[in-house]
Design a protein around this ligand. Structure first.
Ligand SMILES: C[S@@+](CC[C@H](N)C(=O)[O-])C[C@H]1O[C@@H](n2cnc3c(N)ncnc32)[C@H](O)[C@@H]1O
Length: 207
C-alpha cells in the first residue's frame, strides 16, 4: 500500500507531534540499512564522518563507535530532527566527538576537504537535482574520501508503488551513478540491481 502523502511529507521535513512519531518510527525502520551502509563505508578509528540527512541521529552513535578517535557530524534541514538527534547523542556532543547542525545538502557548513567519509541513507529522493548536491558533498570530502549512498531506485517497481511520487523522486541506479561520476566520484563497488534490498553505492572522490 502506498504511504499517504502527509506521512511522506513528514519524512521529507518532520515537524510537530506527528513529526516526532515519524522520527521514532524512522529510527527503527532505517537501523538495518544504516548498519549495512556503515559496514561498507569501512570507517576507521581516526576518520571524520558526515551523516547527510541524519534524521533523528540514530546512525551518529554507530559512526562514533567506529571513529573512536575521530569525529562525527550530522546535518539535517528539519529543526525537529536536529533537536532529536542532539538529544539522542547528548553524551557524544558533550564529549566533543559529535556535532549536529541544521543545514541542507546544497550548502554544507564545512570547509573544503573536512571529511574522510560520508553517509547518506534514504535522503536523495528529496533532492531536485543530484548534480549540485553531489558536487557539494565532493567539496567537503577529502581527496580519496568515500560516500555510502543508500536509496530505493525506480528499477524496483515497489518504490513507486509504496511512496507518493509527488514527494519522493525515484531515479534508476544508472542515473545516480552517472550523477556521481559527473561530480567527480568513482563508483567503486556498484551493486547489482537487487530486487530485495535498496541500492547501496560506494563512491570515492577523485584524489
Ligand atoms: C527518510 S529520512 C532518513 C533519515 C536518516 N538518514 C535515516 O536513515 O534514518 C530523510 C531525511 O532527509 C532529510 N532531508 C530532506 N531534504 C534534505 C536535504 N535537501 N538535505 C539534507 N537532508 C534532507 C529529512 O529532513 C529527513 O531527516
Amino acid at each position: 500500500m502506498r504511504r499517504p502523502r502527509f506521512i511522506a511529507d513528514q519524512a521529507r521535513h518532520a515537524n510537530g507531534p506527528l513529526g516526532r512519531l515519524i522520527a521514532f518510527i524512522m529510527a527503527r525502520e532505517t537501523a538495518a540499512p544504516n548498519r549495512r551502509a556503515i559496514d561498507e563505508l569501512e570507517v576507521s578509528a581516526t576518520d571524520a564522518v558526515l551523516d547527510i540527512g541524519c534524521g533523528p541521529g540514530a546512525a551518529l552513535s554507530e559512526l562514533a563507535a567506529r571513529a573512536l578517535k575521530g569525529r562525527v557530524a550530522g546535518i539535517d534541514p528539519s529543526p525537529l530532527m536536529v533537536r532529536l538527534a542532539e538529544r539522542r547523542n547528548r553524551a557524544l556532543i558533550d564529549e566533543g566527538r559529535t556535532t549536529v547542525a541544521r543545514a541542507d545538502v546544497s550548502a554544507l557548513p564545512f570547509p573544503d576537504g573536512t571529511f574522510d567519509k560520508a553517509l547518506c541513507v534514504h535522503v536523495i529522493y528529496f533532492w531536485d537535482d543530484l548534480g549540485p548536491c553531489f558536487r557539494e558533498i565532493a567539496r567537503v570530502l577529502k581527496p580519496g574520501g568515500r560516500i555510502a549512498l543508500l536509496f530505493r531506485s525506480s528499477d524496483d517497481p515497489r518504490s513507486v508503488r509504496s511512496f507518493p511520487t509527488s514527494v519522493y523522486r525515484f531515479r534508476t541506479q544508472h542515473e545516480v551513478e552517472a550523477a556521481l561520476a559527473a561530480a567527480g566520484f568513482t563508483v567503486k563497488s556498484p551493486q547489482p540491481v537487487e530486487p530485495q534490498l535498496p541500492t547501496l553505492l560506494i563512491a570515492t572522490r577523485a584524489g
